[in-house]
Design a protein around this ligand. Sequence first.
Ligand SMILES: [Zn+2]
Length: 344
Amino acid sequence: MSRSTTLNISEAKARLPLPELMSKLGMDAIAKRSAKCPFHEDSNASFGIFPKGSDWYWKCHAGCGGGDEITFLEKIYSESQKSAIQRFKDLASGRPVNEAVSSVKTLFEGDKPSEPRSVAYPSDMRAPTREQIQEIAALRNLSDESVAWLAHAGVLHVGTVSGFPSWILTDARRLCAEARRIDGAYYPEQAGLSKRKAHTLRGSTKSWPVGLGISRPDLIKHFQCFLLVEGGPDLIAALHFALLFHRAALPITILGAGAGTAIHSEALALLAGKRVRIYPHDDPGGQGQEAASKWVAQLHRAGCNVDAFDFSDLRKACGAPVKDVNDLSELHSDDLDVLEELIP
Ligand SMILES: [Zn+2]
C-alpha cells in the first residue's frame, strides 16, 4: 500500500505547507504576503499568504476568497474538495508532480481573456536537412550543433514563406513564429509588405518568448537560468555560446519586438523565480533598450533574479561595435575574455 493513503490532512499540511505547495506548482513568485492574484486579472497585489498558528492560509482581497492548501487546490484545479484532498495528500507524500505542473500550465493557458489567433504556418513546414542546417549556421558564423539542437527541439523548421525557402522559429506552444530566408537575403516588397529581413507569420502573438514553449512543460523546472534575446539569429547565437561553455541555460527569444512589447503573462508564470539574463540589442535610438528595461521590470515583479548584458565597448574583429549576441561570434581577440561572463 502506498504511503499516501496513510497520511491524514494535518500530516500532509506539516509536510507540504502552502508556501512549499505553491513552489511545487511553480508559483514561487506569488507565494508571499502580497502578490498578484492568480485567480483574477489583478492590477493590484490583492493576493497574499500568511501563517496563523502552525498553519498557512491564502486570501484574495478582491473577492476570490481564501483558505488553506486544500481550498487553494480546489480553486486552482476547479475541482471538488474531495479530489483536492486526494491531490494534496498525493503531492505531500511525494508522488511525482509532472501532472500537477502541466495542469497548472493548462490553467494559465485556459485563463486568457482572449484566445490567441492561430499562426499561419506554411503548409510545407518540416525539419531542416543536414545541408540546410549547415547553410543557416554558416551564414551566422555559428555552430551546426546549435542549429541542429534547435531543430531537434522542434523550435527551428524550414518551409516556403512568401515564395522563398525560409527557416522558421516557433515552439510547441504555437503562439508566435518568424521566418527568415535561408540565403540570408531580404524578402522583396510584395502584397503591401515592405522589403524586410524577417517575416512574422500572420496570427503571431509577439509577446510570447519563442523557445519557452517546450513540448514537455514539466522539464522547464530543470532550467535554473534563461537567456532572453531579441530576434531569431540571437536565439541560435545564445544557444551556440551556452553549448560552447557547457551551461544548462535555456535561450528564449522575443521575435519582432517593438518598444511596447511586454512579456506574455503565461511566460512570466513559467519564468517566475528563475535566473534570467536579458541581451538587449545595443542600437542607440532603437527600441531594444526600451523594451529591455520594460522586461527587466516585469521579470523583477515575477520574482526573477534578472539582469541585462551590456554590449557597449565591445568590438568585432573588423573593428565595428558589437550590437547583439550574434556579433560576439566575430569578437575582437582583445575582448575574448568577456565570453567567460556571457552566460551566468
Ligand atoms: Zn483574486
